[in-house]
Design a protein around this ligand. Sequence first.
Ligand SMILES: [Fe+2]
Ligand SMILES: [Fe+2]
Length: 320
Amino acid sequence: MQTLDTARYARSIEASRRIRWDIDRDVIRGRSFDPMHRFLPDGLSLAHELDFLSADERRFMSQVQGRTYANIFGLVERFINAKILEVSRDHWFGDQVALEALIRFSDEEMKHQELFRRIERLAGERMPEGYRFDVQPNDVAHFVLGKSTWAVLALTCDIELFTQAHYRASIAGAEGLSDLYKDVFLFHWKEESQHAILDELEWQREDAKLSAAERDTAVDDLIALVGGVDGILQAQAQADASYFLDTIGTAPESARAEAVRATVLKAYRWQYIVSGVSDPRFQKVLSGLITETQMQRIQQALTPLMHAVPAQPQLAEMAA
Ligand SMILES: [Fe+2]
Ligand SMILES: [Fe+2]
């Protein structure tokens, strides 16, 4: 087992070396956002479901959500990095290959946070006043890191798997998409695919340390974490819908405003929760670690969020 795992850590180092990119030289390349392009593809923003919006308004919707996308990643990568540094302790005087893999992981997440801060600034330069993102990465990190390591690694694995689903969506809905944003998806995905492998290894390693009772508590922690993420998404969906409606001049009490608010929340749940937990690989690892009763408990907690699977057959397939 040890040798098998070492080989997987080694492959991740090798891929990390090969893929390694630079924010300016490879991703941004002196570009800024063109307001004529969409940031997020429809498959993620679900802007196409708001059929009463004009083409310009739908594009603006994708830009508002794209800006939040950068901010949400900046947020989650703060706690992911702290947890990876923490679990690396177990390898300090042990498997040096595993240690190097995790150090590279951490270094990449530092870089990604900087990339997403840059994206937020570039988006801010081209978008109308009034956008807000008030959640603080450190506040979220304190809440998340208060839960068991098993649960944090499960959530992390989920996040790193959905960035891959998002890359696939960005190729599927590529038409009219900002080239810069497409590159954000592409380059982020390249490094995240290694992270997902490491999450899996660390999550399984942590799992082996737990008693049945500890694992059962960890399942509750995971449910609490998903609830916490959903709380953030609800607040940000409200903020983004208000900014969008104010900017396009729609009365907040109208039926259309209600539809915008509901669709933004549905899109955020789809992007940040459902597209990850419905990933077959996530399902496979999770079901290998927990009992059927525990799986049912998780599914029950997720049921109210699961309506966020898009109606488009092609995307529903992606979620299956
Ligand atoms: Fe990342
Ligand atoms: Fe990552």
